[in-house]
Ligand binder design. Structure first.
Ligand SMILES: Cc1ncc(COP(=O)(O)O)c(C=O)c1O
Length: 400
C-alpha cells in the first residue's frame, strides 16, 4: 500500500491552524484518535490495576496493552517494557541503578553525537562512584560516528556504552548493529537512545542487539511520556531503589507510583495509528507497523531530498549534517543572520523553524556553534511539499 499523506493529515486537528510544522524532532503533532483514546480512558471506570471489578480490569488491560504495543513497535519482549515520564527520567533512573555495580577502574562510554539526556546522567552516575568516562567522537566533517570511533575507547574495563540511534540535530544514524557487536565483545552493556530514530524507521531491537532501548511517545504522535525496553532477565538482575510495599516484579519495580493509564491508552492509540498508516496486507500489528514505517521512511527520504536541495540553494546557507545514513532532519545556519532571529521571523510567517542546540550541546559545540546552535527543520509523517515551499519561500524573503 502506498503512503497516502493527505489521508494521514486529515487525522491531525492541529494542521487546521495552517501552520507548517518543522518542529517534529522536538515533538510531533498528535492525531485525533490519540486524543480520543486519552479522553476515553480517563472518563471510563478506572481503579488501580487488578482483575476484580470492571474498573480494575480497564486499568489492567491498558497496562498490558501498552507493553504489547511497544513490543510490536520495536520488536521486544513486552514483559521488559518499562513506562517512564520521559526518556531523560528513565535514563537518570537506570544510570543510578546500573552505577551501583560500578567503581574505580570501571569505564563508561558516551558519545559526542548524543542528546545530553544520554550523556550527563552517565557522567554524573560515573562520577558518584569513581568510574571513568570515555568519549566516542563523531567526525565533524563527515558527521559520522563510526564503529572504529567507538572501538577506540572500548576496553575490558568498559561496563556500558551509551549511543544514540540518530543525532537529533544533524540526523546521523550510526551503525548500531556493528557498534553493538563491538560493545558486547568487551562484555559491556549497550544502551541506545532511540528517541530521534524511532519516529523515522522500522525498529527491531533484537536485530540492533541493544541491551536497553528507549524512545519518547511525544516524538511519534503520542502523549508526553516514554518507554524503555530490556530483556526481563536483564531487568531481574538490577537492584533499583523502590518503596517497601511496592512490588519487586519486573518491569513494575522500575515504574514508580501509580501509572497514568490515560496516557498509556494514548500510546497504544499512537502505535495503532502508525500500524494503519500504510499497513499492506499483513495480519499482525508488528508486520503492519514495519510496512508503515518502511513506507514512511521512503516518503520522508524523498521529501528530505527536496527540502535539503532547496535550502542548500539559498544564499549563505551552511548545512551541518552530512552523514550517509540520516533521519529527515536538517540543521543549518545562514551567514550574516542570527538563527534566533530567523526562527522568530519564520514564526510570524506561520512556519515553525526553531533554532537551538536542542540539548545536543556537545554536537553544537563541536560544530563551532557554541551553545546557541542553529536552525533545525525536521520532517514528520504529515509533512508535505507545500510545507517545504513555504519554508523555502519564507527564508528567501528573510535572506534577500
Ligand atoms: C535524541 C533525543 N534523546 C532524548 C531526548 C529527550 O527526551 P525526553 O524529553 O523524553 O526526555 C530528545 C528530545 O529532544 C531527543 O531528541
Amino acid at each position: 500500500m502506498t503512503y497516502d499523506v493527505n489521508k494521514i493529515r486529515s487525522h491531525f486537528p492541529s494542521l487546521n491552524t495552517g501552520l507548517a510544522f518543522f518542529c517534529g524532532p522536538g515533538g510531533s503533532q498528535v492525531p485525533d484518535v490519540v486524543g480520543a483514546a486519552i479522553a476515553g480512558a480517563i472518563t471510563k471506570p478506572i481503579s488501580n490495576r487488578n482483575t476484580n471489578t470492571e474498573s480494575e480490569k480497564n486499568a489492567e488491560e491498558i497496562v498490558v496493552g501498552f507493553r504489547q504495543a511497544v513490543g510490536d513497535l520495536i520488536d521486544v519482549d513486552p514483559r521488559g517494557v518499562v513506562y517512564g515520564r520521559s526518556w531523560t527520567q528513565l535514563t537518570y533512573d537506570f544510570s543510578r541503578t546500573l552505577a551501583k555495580s560500578w567503581g574505580p577502574g570501571d569505564e563508561i562510554v558516551v558519545s559526542r553525537l548524543d542528546h545530553d539526556s544520554n550523556i550527563r546522567p552517565w557522567i554524573q552516575a560515573a562520577e558518584a562512584v569513581g568510574a571513568t568516562v570515555r568519549w566516542a567522537e563523531f567526525d565533524s566533517a563527515t558527521s559520522e560516528l563510526t564503529v572504529a570511533a567507538v572501538e577506540a575507547v572500548l576496553s575490558p574495563k568498559t561496563k556500558l556504552v551509551a549511543v544514540t540511534g540518530a543525532g537529533n540535530t544533524i540526523g546521523t544514524r550510526p551503525d548500531l548493529k556493528a557498534i553493538g557487536v563491538a560493545v558486547h565483545k568487551v562484555g559491556a552493556l549497550f544502551y541506545v537512545d532511540g528517541v530521534h530514530l524511532t519516529p523515522h524507521a522500522a525498529i527491531s531491537v533484537k536485530e540492533i542487539g541493544a541491551d536497553f532501548f528507549g524512545f519518547s511517545f511525544y516524538k511519534l504522535m503520542g502523549p508526553h511520556c516514554a518507554a524503555l525496553a530490556a530483556s526481563p532477565a536483564l531487568l531481574e538482575t538490577l537492584n533499583n531503589d523502590k518503596l517497601l510495599p511496592a512490588t519487586s516484579a519486573v518491569p513494575e519495580r522500575f515504574e514508580f507510583g501509580t501509572l497514568p493509564y490515560e496516557l498509556m491508552a494514548g500510546c497504544i492509540a499512537a502505535i495503532d495509528f502508525i500500524a494503519e498508516m500504510a499497513p499492506g496486507n499483513s495480519t499482525t500489528r508488528r508486520e503492519r507497523i514495519v510496512n508503515s514505517m518502511n513506507a514512511l521512511e521512503k516518503y520522508e527520504d524523498g521529501l528530505l531530498e527536496y527540502l535539503e536541495s532547496s535550502v542548500k540553494a539559498l544564499p549563505g546557507v551552511v548545512m551541518y549534517g552530512h552523514a550517509k545514513h540520516r533521519t529527515p532532519t536538517i540543521y543549518f545556519s545562514c551567514a550574516g543572520h542570527s538563527s534566533a532571529d530567523i526562527y522568530t521571523a519564520m514564526a510570524s510567517k506561520g512556519v515553525t523553524l526553531p533554532a537551538s542546540n536542542f540539548y545536543a550541546l556537545e554536537v553544537s559545540r563541536t560544530l563551532g556553534l557554541g551553545d546557541a546552535g542553529a536552525l533545525r527543520a525536521g520532517l514528520a509523517p504529515y509533512s508535505i511539499k507545500d510545507d517545504v515551499d513555504r519554508l523555502v519561500g519564507g527564508l528567501k524573503e528573510i535572506l534577500a
